[in-house]
Structure formats: structure tokens, C-alpha cells
Write a protein that binds this ligand. Structure first.
Ligand SMILES: *Cc1c(COP(=O)(O)O)cnc(C)c1O
Length: 356
């Protein structure tokens, strides 16, 4: 006889280490203006869109390329490295998750600055690892190289420009970590297109440095889920093995390759507009008496004098979504405001002003 499911019984079936892991579920209630997730708000790169529409039936009925070889070619040209230095994934999340599996045994530690990209400690925990949170330095939000190194973790993760603070890891601190880390250093450059510091070239030759990138932010292709990693071939081979075949779907691969080969002018133009609007929003926030953190990404992070959750709720009622951080370690209450066309940013400013 088949018995009905008993509420709560599933809990006794789950992996012990999964019990404390929450479902990643930020507020995704649709909002007319949505500056909450750092995607490109200017539309779709035109050649990417055409390539996606024109994908043939075989792109749907047959398996895609095992490891996205055509896309690797386009990425290699864009990144200025050899194809064998590139691994692709279903978003850079997939590359990060695969790297964690590739380089750590259960019980090992991943050192993660805090606050930083929330998914990284989750990927560590989901793979049976310990996540060690190492506070960013107070004041300038630089990484604490000595504290990261002192963990002796198998993986040290650094996000630069950092989400959510928008700050760069200083060259001195970052290069110290890269030079002295006992294991692999993962440098998450999801926002590298919005600044002029990156470590792609170093990654290709270093041997223990993996740089991760994405087409979800500057390239406007978040829905297609394309990410990649750059590193020495020996390192990349291990990540690819852990990633497994067929992770990039055929339509997405075509669109992403088209974007990289034919839409770079479009991408550069939108990035330039973001950078202009970043300066403008930063000044406007100062005008409201706030102290925005100088940003190197496509968003601005700013502490607020009252509950960020309450501000978020009230701004949403006015039709604008931003990302709220309440009780953020080392920070407190803060907002992360995504950048796009100025009208959208202005709408966020107007809503914020009304709410404050
Ligand atoms: C958005 C983001 C990613 C994830 O990108 P996907 O390629 O869409 O998975 C990775 N790292 C950071 C820091 C991000 O903000």
C-alpha cells in the first residue's frame, strides 16, 4: 500500500549537511523598473538575438556540443587567451560549483570574503565543504589578504569588483593572495567589463588561479545562462571534468558566440553608458546626504539610515525594485542599486528620495 506523504518526513531523508542550507530565493516579485539583479537593462545584443531566433531544428532535437567548442573559440578571442585555457558552463555559477568539486574533498574549506557573492558559501556547503567567512576590511572593503591566507583553505575565493560593495580588491592584497595561497584561488570577475583591472592573462599561465566570468551582466544574456572560466590548461581540464558534458545549450551557445563576435560595439556602448550613470548616481546619492561606495561595477552600494528591507518594500510600492541588505555583517543596512538607462536610475532616485 502506498501511504500519503507525511509533512516533515522529507527532512529525515535529506543530507545532514543540507539541512541548514536555505533555498536561494530573493524577492523576485515583478516590478515595472527592476534594478535588483545587475543584469543589462538596455535590451538584447542584436546579433545574439538573431542567432538565437535562427537556431535550426537540430539545435533543439540533438545534443549540443559536448564542451561548447565553438563558444570557446569566441571566448578565447575575446579574452585574449588560448582556447585550451577556457571552460564554459551553465552560467558562471556552474563554473564556480564545478571548481569547488574539482579541487576540494569533503570536509575541506573554502575561504570567502564577507560580504561578497552569497552563492559561493552555498556551493561550498552543498559540496560537503566548510565555508570560512573572512570579513572585508572596514572602511575601504578591501580583502584581508593575511586573514584569507591564514585559513590555509584549499580554495580562496575573491570577487573583484565585489558584489555587493562594488569595490575592487587592491592589487597588493590580491597579488599577495595569488602568490601565497596554498591551493586554488578563484577570482570572480563577473563585473570586470565595468572596470579596467583584470587577471585574465595571469590566469592563463599561473597554474593555480581560476578567473570566472559571465555573459549575464555586461553582455545582457542572463537568461541564456552562459559563464566561463579562464586558467592554465591543467587547471581548466579538471574543472571541465567536474562540470561534465552538455551544460551549455545549443541555442545559448550560438547566441553567445554571435554576441562575442559581432555585438562588441553594442556591449561597449552600453558599458560606457553604465559608467557615466554610475558617476551621476553616486553624486545624486551624495546629494541626498548618503555616502555611496565608489563603484567599479554596474551598481552602486550605499548604506542607509533606516531598515533597508522597509525602504525596499516602500520603493517597490512605487514601482522600483532595488536589492536590500539588512543586518549585513560589517555593514548593517544598505542598498545595491543597479545601473541602466538614466530614466530607470532617475526613477529609483525619485522613489528613494520619497521613501527617505
Ligand atoms: C551575477 C553573478 C554571478 C553569476 O553569474 P551567472 O553567470 O549568471 O551564473 C557570479 N558571480 C557574481 C559575483 C555575480 O554577481
Amino acid at each position: 500500500m502506498i501511504r500519503e506523504d507525511v509533512p516533515g518526513r522529507a527532512l529525515s531523508l535529506v543530507r545532514e549537511s543540507y539541512k541548514e542550507i536555505p533555498l536561494y530565493a530573493p524577492n523576485k516579485v515583478p516590478c515595472p523598473i527592476d534594478l535588483s539583479d545587475n543584469t543589462n537593462l538596455y535590451g538584447v545584443p542584436p546579433h545574439a538575438e538573431r542567432a538565437y531566433r535562427e537556431a535550426t531544428a537540430s539545435a533543439i532535437t540533438r545534443y549540443p556540443a559536448l564542451y561548447a567548442s565553438d563558444l570557446k573559440g569566441a571566448l578565447a578571442a575575446y579574452a585574449g587567451v588560448e582556447e585550451k585555457c577556457i571552460v564554459t558552463g551553465c552560467g558562471s555559477d556552474d563554473v564556480l560549483d564545478s571548481a569547488v568539486r574539482a579541487f576540494c574533498d569533503p570536509g575541506d574549506a573554502v575561504a570567502c570574503p564577507e560580504p561578497s557573492f552569497v552563492m559561493m558559501p552555498l556551493f561550498a556547503k552543498m559540496n560537503g565543504l566548510k565555508a570560512l567567512n573572512i570579513p572585508l576590511k572596514s572602511g575601504d572593503y578591501d580583502i584581508d589578504a593575511d586573514a584569507l591566507l591564514a585559513t590555509k583553505a584549499r580554495i580562496i575565493y575573491v570577487c573583484s569588483p565585489n558584489n555587493p560593495t562594488g569595490t575592487l580588491a587592491s592589487k597588493a592584497a590580491l597579488e599577495k593572495v595569488i602568490e601565497k595561497a596554498p591551493g586554488v584561488v578563484i577570482l570572480d570577475e563577473a563585473y570586470a567589463e565595468f572596470c579596467d583591472q583584470n587577471y585574465l592573462k595571469d590566469a592563463a599561465t599561473h597554474g593555480r588561479l581560476l578567473v570566472t566570468r559571465t555573459l549575464s551582466k555586461a553582455f545582457g544574456l542572463a537568461g541564456l545562462r552562459i559563464g566561463y572560466g579562464v586558467g592554465a590548461p591543467s587547471l581548466i581540464g579538471e574543472v571541465e571534468k567536474s562540470r561534465g558534458p552538455y551544460k551549455v545549450n545549443a541555442g545559448a551557445e550560438r547566441a553567445a558566440a554571435a554576441a562575442l563576435r559581432q555585438d562588441m560595439d553594442w556591449v561597449r556602448e552600453k558599458v560606457a553608458d553604465v559608467i557615466r550613470n554610475r558617476a551621476r548616481l553616486t553624486e545624486a546619492l551624495k546629494g541626498l546626504g548618503l555616502s555611496p561606495v565608489p563603484s567599479f561595477a554596474n551598481f552602486v552600494f550605499v548604506k542607509v539610515p533606516k531598515s533597508a528591507t522597509e525602504i525596499d518594500k516602500a520603493m517597490r510600492q512605487r514601482g522600483v525594485a532595488i536589492r536590500a541588505f539588512s543586518g549585513l555583517p560589517g555593514v548593517g543596512e544598505a542598498l545595491r542599486i543597479g545601473l541602466g538607462p538614466w530614466e530607470q536610475v532617475q526613477a529609483a532616485l525619485d522613489a528613494l528620495k520619497a521613501v527617505l
